[in-house]
Design a protein around this ligand. Structure first.
Ligand code: FES
Length: 107
């Protein structure tokens, strides 16, 4: 049986309602963000605790801060996520449960 993950991360892949991947997150490298987070989860042995899914655009006014992601169950929204930001988020948020304030999109 699969263990229920502690965190479920949704990373916007920039897909708009018309089905086209033309959102800001896509233009700013959301695919690289997804791939890098997946690598970090594996290399830090967090695969049983953190599940990652891609999703479509959250909303237009949120897109401007992309690449964006949201972490459940607590509903932490991060924006302007860079490869460096991911390393901080993995080490702080996923390993110690501490939100990284400087990347908060909505608090
Ligand atoms: S394109 Fe990512 S939130 Fe809109």
């Amino acid at each position: 049986m699969m263990i229920k993950p502690k965190y479920h991360v949704f990373i916007c892949d920039g897909t708009k309602c018309n089905g086209k991947k033309e959102g800001i997150c896509a233009n700013r490298g959301s695919k690289n963000i997804f791939d890098k987070l997946e690598q970090l989860i594996i290399s830090n042995n967090l695969s049983e605790y953190v599940l990652i899914s891609s999703c479509g655009c959250f909303r237009n006014h949120i897109s401007e801060r992309g690449p964006n992601m949201v972490i459940y169950p607590e509903g932490t929204w991060y924006g302007g996520v860079t490869l460096l930001a991911l390393e901080e988020i993995v080490k702080s948020h996923f390993m110690y449960g501490k939100v990284v304030d400087k990347y908060l999109l909505i608090d």
